[in-house]
Structures are given as C-alpha cells and as structure tokens.
Design a protein around this ligand. Sequence first.
Ligand SMILES: Cc1ncc(COP(=O)(O)O)c(C=O)c1O
Length: 403
Amino acid sequence: MQRWRIVAGVRRAVPERVPLAVNPSGARGGEAGTTSAGTIPVSKVILGEEETQGVLEVLRSGMLAQGRKVAELEDEFAAAHGVAHAIAVSNGTVALTAALRGLGIGPGDEVITTPFSFNATLNAILEVGATARFADVRDDFTIDPDAVAASVNHRTAALLPVHLYGLPANMAAIADLAERHGLAIVEDAAQAHGATCAGRSVGGYGVGAFSLYGTKNITCGEGGIVVTDDDETASKVRLLRNQGMRARYDYEIPGYNWRLTDLQAAIAVPQVRRLKDIIAARAANAARLTAGLADAPGLVLPATPADRTHVWHQYTVRIRHQAPVGRREFCAGLERAGVGYGIYYPKLMHDYACYADNPQVIVADTPNARAMTGQVVSLPVHPGLSQADLERIVVASLEAIGG
Ligand SMILES: Cc1ncc(COP(=O)(O)O)c(C=O)c1O
C-alpha cells in the first residue's frame, strides 16, 4: 500500500525501496543486528543484562539526570585509562570543545591537526574561535610528527592528533614536540577507548576527548568523556559543563549545560568494565581478517606500529592504484555479498563548501591524507561477528578485489 508523508505542507509518496542503512559518517550495511544470512553490519551495538539492570535501577530511583551513575562512570573510566580525572559530557564533540576551552585555547590560537578525520575535530576547533592548521598523515592514517614539526609557528597553541580507527597517533613523538615548544596536547580519542602508545593510555598525554556515540567501542547512544591528569583543567571543564557553577547558584564563569544523564551512564558503566574483553574480541577479529586477506592483490592491510596497541574501532584497508579493481567495484562486490562496509572519510574535513574561505581554516598540501580519501574501505570487525561471518567477509573481499 502506498504510504504518504507531508513535507513543507505537501503530500509526498514514501518510496517503496528501503535503502541500506547509512550512519552519519557514511557506513553502508546497517547498524542493527542482522543475522549472518543477511547483511553483516559494519558496526553493531552489543549490550548485556547489566546494562538493562543499570537502566532499570536509574529509572526506579526517579533521579534521571547527572548523579551517582555518572560519578561511577567517571571513576571507572579514569581507572581504565590510568588518569586522575574523567569528566562525562553530552557527546564527543562537546568533549573536544571542553578540552580546548579547559586549556584556554581560543581566538588567535592555532591548533595543528590532521585533515583526515570526522568533521567534529575541525568543528570543535572552530567553536572555540581558534584556527585549524592541517598537517599530513602517515601510512598508518595518523598525523605525521615531522609534518607537525614543520607546521609549528609562533601562533601554535595546541597539537590535536586523532587516534583514527582505534590506532593511537605517534604520541611519544608528539609529546616530545609539545614539550620542546611549550604546546598543549588535545587528543581526539573518540575512536580509541583503551588504546595505548609507549605503554600509556590515550588521553593520558594531554587532555583526551572520547565519544560514546552509538557506533563507538563503548556506547550509550550519545555521550562523551574528557580525561586529564591536570587538576586545574579538570576543574575548569567541570565548571564549564555545569553552567559555570561549582555549587548551586554559585557561578564562577559563564558556562553551558554539557551534562550526561545517569540513564546514559548506566549503559556505559558495564562496557567500561568489559573494555579489555571488547578490545580482545576486536583484536582477534582483526587478526582473522589479516590472516585471510594477507595475499589479496592490491589491498593494503592495517598494521600496528610496535610501540602502540590498536583497539580496532575500524578495520580499514586501502585499495592501491595497482589493484585489479577500483574502490567502487570493490564496494559493489561487498554489497553483492551482503557485507557491510564504511568509507571513513570520503573527503578531507575542509573539502566541504561550508569551510571555504574561512580564515580559521588554514589549508595545507597533505598528499597522503588526500590519497587516503580515495582508497579507504572499512570492513566489519565488531565483537558481534561469528567465525562464519569473518569467513564470509574474507571470501567476499577476496572475490571483490579479483586478481
Ligand atoms: C574522530 C572523531 N572525533 C570526534 C567525534 C565526535 O563525537 P560525537 O559524535 O560523540 O560528538 C567522532 C565521532 O563521531 C569521531 O569519530
């Protein structure tokens, strides 16, 4: 039967065909749990009985807003990342904004970051009134410390590496640079809960910003967390989160409502407790994909540098120019085989017209990052995959690449 909807006062037919689900950052293949007979989704939310019980507990308490559960989440998250402070906020973009504001970064300050990220990274820099300057990435998709060094100038106030796909940037080198030049570090760890570099958790090198969005390794739908060892920055972020109040109606600075709710925290707490298992399951799946795809012609598989641990938010391959087929054909092959995939990201952050001519966006030549936008494809690696699913992903990828 034909269904209708009203758009701007006009009745329009709702199309019959249901498209593959697409998440805000470009995933194909659905978010929900399809069976292995259907499409294997590129990401999947896996929640247990503890999450249900936690939410019910909060519901029955009658106190839904920020309270005990948020405090519990902050304690667990700080412990899991070996940092003194974790401050829960409403989402990852706010976490980045809060980290920058907490450090006093604003108009006139330059922040060096990668152009190859989700646009929240750039939007947060713009939101605080600072200027973004881009440095190129290396083959591991993270910012190149040499390119960062070449970009530092008298306006640089902070370095903002992104731990893309769950792999930390080279934080040892970046921390060294920051120390030599007296710069702050804000880590975009939205995709990298529990990852480490040189034995230290991401977020621990400066001020870290995590996301708890619906597709992340730990999720409560929407949510974010700022982490830091610095008491002063933590105190400022807490103030900013709560309208600038330290105690009720005691306003110290103009602030915001950036709070998370106990309902959301109740969903996240058990996942933080399971974080090691979540990472281990993703790592095992990644190892299976790597073993199966090792000889695929024209595919560059993701590698983990020796000093880092990868938490496999995404398993991202690159289609080389010399591959038997191009990315479009490869993806078409995956679609035919019912394997979900994502293209993170099809453009550099500043490629969109809304950033054109913005004086707060300093565009540099970043050929590696540019090349990545045309080559990357992320395959499912989430803990909901069965051995049969992994086998199907390998076979579908080998068939899709041809050769
Ligand atoms: C790299 C990166 N930075 C920042 C964010 C922003 O997080 P959120 O969507 O929770 O605002 C995301 C998540 O989508 C992300 O992937």
